[in-house]
Design a protein around this ligand. Structure first.
Ligand SMILES: Nc1ncnc2c1ncn2[C@@H]1O[C@H](COP(=O)(O)OP(=O)(O)O)[C@@H](O)[C@H]1O
Ligand SMILES: [Mg+2]
Length: 341
């Protein structure tokens, strides 16, 4: 038995950027933390919830007081700012407390979809071609780029489908300029413009370290009636919306063996390239049997009903087994890195 602190971030009553509804996704981590903590207790450990609020000094003293053997790190940012997700892992390193999940460099890189794509492309891993439009910069015209319409416009560094609606797919220069401006104003960051991959959407959950394994693939099925076959914010979070009912995860995905293997190979390579640890999820779209990596989620939701849990369950792992394995992975790392000289 050991003492484990389950850390997660609280969300400010009002977000500094984005849409008001974005809070729904941000607020999910408290219930995720409670679910993980319940399992840790059932496994016989002492588990304490240590939330991160607006004041980091308060968090540090709470953690110091608890003296946990290990932190189960579920922080997805700091006080509504997802770009500070990596800072939380870095802080735990400075405090010399072992923790679950990926390290700061991996969290920082994967948060930046553009840099991640540069790395993928450099290593011949397929990802849609893209361009970035910084706030204040003019929107490039078709003469300045060779991307083929329709294009997809999204924030450079958000997750959970923030800023993704039917308007994210643009068919011409005017719609592109309008959506780029929307991203600049609402999300206060660069707009990532990439080719729209018109095809099936697959999530690859990766689990473990040496070796890492690809869990059964999941497909996000887009049911008839949906305006566009993409995971919009409403489709992901608003349970009462029609988009939600028409966006259905199916695991395992029905795929021919070759395509399935191809997807697992690129997802595993991406996981290793970005130095992901313990668990992650790679979002992929298929076109002509070729998988394109959209992004890597190095700190995905591990709630009982999350995609990663669903994939693990299709592989025969129960939720307590998932949590126990993640714990073991972090403890193994602790023994390696905290070994006596
Ligand atoms: N290039 C693209 N082609 C087709 N669909 C895309 C593309 N990029 C994003 N999407 C759609 O938008 C959703 C969210 O994009 P993603 O890059 O996964 O960001 P996040 O999940 O971090 O918000 C995807 O699940 C997919 O449905
Ligand atoms: Mg995604």
């Amino acid at each position: 038995m050991m003492k484990i602190a389950v850390c997660y971030n609280e969300v400010p009553p009002r977000l500094r950027k984005g849409e008001a509804a974005d809070r729904i996704s941000e607020a999910g981590s408290a219930s995720e933390a409670q679910a993980v903590s319940r399992v840790l207790k059932a496994l016989g450990h002492e588990s304490v919830l240590v939330p991160v609020g607006a004041d980091i000094a308060t968090f540090i003293s709470a953690l110091r007081k608890e003296k946990p053997t290990l932190v189960f790190n579920l922080c997805e940012g700091f006080w509504g700012d997802s770009s500070k997700e990596m800072h939380m892992a870095a802080l735990l390193e400075l405090l010399d407390i072992p923790y679950t999940g990926s390290g700061p460099l991996c969290l920082g890189l994967t948060q930046d979809k553009a840099r991640t794509k540069d790395l993928l492309a450099r290593h011949q891993l397929p990802t849609p071609p893209y361009l970035l439009v910084e706030p204040g910069a003019p929107c490039p015209s078709s003469r300045d780029h060779n991307l083929a319409y329709p294009l997809m416009v999204k924030p450079r560094s958000e997750d959970a489908s923030l800023g993704i609606t039917a308007d994210s797919i643009v068919a011409d220069a005017a719609a592109l300029a309008a959506r780029v401006t929307y991203i600049h104003i609402t999300y206060r960051q660069a707009a990532l413009v990439e080719e729209f991959i018109d095809g099936r959407e697959i999530n690859a959950a990766i689990f473990g370290n040496t070796p890492a394994e690809s869990l059964p693939l999941a497909e996000i099925e887009f049911r008839p009636g949906l305006l566009h076959p993409i995971v919009t914010y409403d489709g992901k979070w608003l349970e009462e919306s029609s988009e939600y009912r028409q966006t259905v995860p199916v695991c395992p995905a029905l795929l021919d063996t070759r395509t399935e293997q191809r997807i697992k190979d690129v997802a595993l390579s991406a996981y290793q390239l970005l130095n992901c640890r313990d668990y992650a999820r790679v979002d992929i779209r298929l076109r002509d049997g070729q998988p394109y990596i959209l992004e890597i989620n190095a700190n995905p939701d591990i709630s009982p009903d999350a995609g990663l849990t669903r994939a693990a369950s299709a592989a025969g792992y129960s939720y307590p087994q998932v949590i126990a394995s993640i714990l073991t992975m972090a403890l193994t790392r602790k023994e390696l890195t905290h070994a006596q000289p």
